[in-house]
Write a protein that binds this ligand. Structure first.
Ligand SMILES: Cc1ncc(C[n+]2csc(CCOP(=O)(O)OP(=O)(O)O)c2C)c(N)n1
Length: 350
């Protein structure tokens, strides 16, 4: 593709110099806003701890961090129930935690301990928390999208008003199965929300080198799936758009696709920014996106609207740090699974 024919159909949404201002919290309930903020903080602090564990050589599993993208999972999951069935991919710590998954269970899993959510056998990319609605993550790009469609079919056949949700990245939209899934979902009128965290990169490649346009919701247009494209660094906008699509799916009006435009502060995998490995990603861009930080924007709005004081925010932050520090030390003290158990969870027993 010649670069001069490439289009940014996202316009300002892909521009890190835009949308840096505090969020508009007019008419919002403070307790609800603080829940969203706490959840984003928890994800951020857990992932920073994961980065430290990788640097210290204690976490051996590949860890794909979503630092900077917290508002997407938090905004969507705020509208879900634990009877819904949510699926993720290789970058799913945020979704697991936003649904209410335990930081200890996640950290123990990352450290390979038997107390982890997949008994220490799965690592960062095979998370599971059915009690909170998280039915699993799998690192094969796009692989959980059709599974979510199957879960939506099951929900429809059960006659319950639960829905399925598939979280994935812009890179997954380049898998054929994504398109088959959209088609099946719309033809069967299934209760499913497709959530694309469009962070403009697939591992090390910018979307402008992979696609003729950066707006992935155009695929939903093609399949006649209801869709919204929003600023993924504004948790309230994400939540509002998710609510609209989720309500429609629950009401039997079929699938929806939410494209949340965002950016990751770290590299594709591991704690570094990836600038060092020759990726077409400049440190200036990373720094610019950091000024669009979803956590800072909500915090500043709460302060500006006098909904909270600096001291209250500080206390919230200290609280989250203490909770995560305790989870890390408890996870470090966990046991490794016995070698004899290595195949136990690979095959069904019946
Ligand atoms: C089927 C498959 N092909 C290739 C890979 C290698 N791979 C891992 S992540 C990734 C890019 C995914 O990009 P995206 O879906 O945009 O998610 P992001 O990493 O940006 O969150 C690739 C190509 C894989 N895991 N599975």
């Amino acid at each position: 593709m010649a670069r001069d024919t490439w289009r940014s159909d996202l316009g300002g949404l892909a521009d890190p110099a835009r949308f840096r201002e505090p969020l508009d919290i007019t008419g919002q309930d403070t307790a609800g806003l603080l829940r969203l903020l706490r959840s984003m903080w928890q994800i951020r602090v857990v992932e920073e701890q994961v980065a430290a564990l990788v640097v210290a050589g204690l976490a051996k599993t590949p860890c794909h961090l979503g630092i900077g993208q917290e508002a997407v999972a938090v905004g969507v999951c705020a509208e879900l129930r634990n009877t819904d069935r949510v699926f993720g991919g290789h970058r799913s710590h945020s979704q697991f935690l936003a649904l209410g998954g335990s930081p200890f269970g996640l950290l123990a899993e990352i450290l390979g301990r038997v107390e982890g959510v997949s008994h220490g056998m799965g690592g960062s990319m095979h998370l599971y928390g059915a009690s909170v609605g998280f039915h699993g993550s799998v690192p094969l790009v796009g692989a959980t999208i059709p599974i979510a469609v199957g879960a939506a079919l099951a929900a429809q056949m059960d006659g319950a008003d639960s829905i399925a949700v598939a979280f994935f990245g812009d890179g997954a939209c380049e898998e054929g199965v994504f398109h088959e899934s959209l088609n099946l979902a719309v033809v069967y009128n299934l209760p499913i929300l497709f959530v694309c965290e469009n962070n403009l990169f697939a591992s090390h490649l910018d979307i402008q080198f992979r696609q003729p346009s950066d707006r992935v919701a155009r695929y939903a247009d093609a399949h006649r799936v209801r869709n919204r494209t929003v600023d993924g660094n504004d948790v309230l906008t994400v939540q509002g758009a998710a609510k609209e699509l989720i309500d429609a799916a629950r009401a039997g009006q079929g699938p929806g696709l939410l494209e949340a435009v965002t950016y990751r502060f770290r590299g594709h995998v591991g704690p570094n920014e990836d600038i060092d490995v020759g990726v077409n990603r400049r440190m200036e861009d990373v720094e610019s996106w950091k000024r669009r930080c979803p956590i800072r924007r909500l915090s500043e709005a709460l302060l500006a609207g006098k909904a909270v004081t600096e001291a209250e925010l500080k206390r919230l932050q200290t609280d989250v740090h203490a909770e995560v520090a305790e989870a890390v030390s408890k996870a470090k003290a966990g046991q490794y699974p016995p070698t004899a158990a290595l195949l136990d969870l690979v095959y069904a027993n019946d």
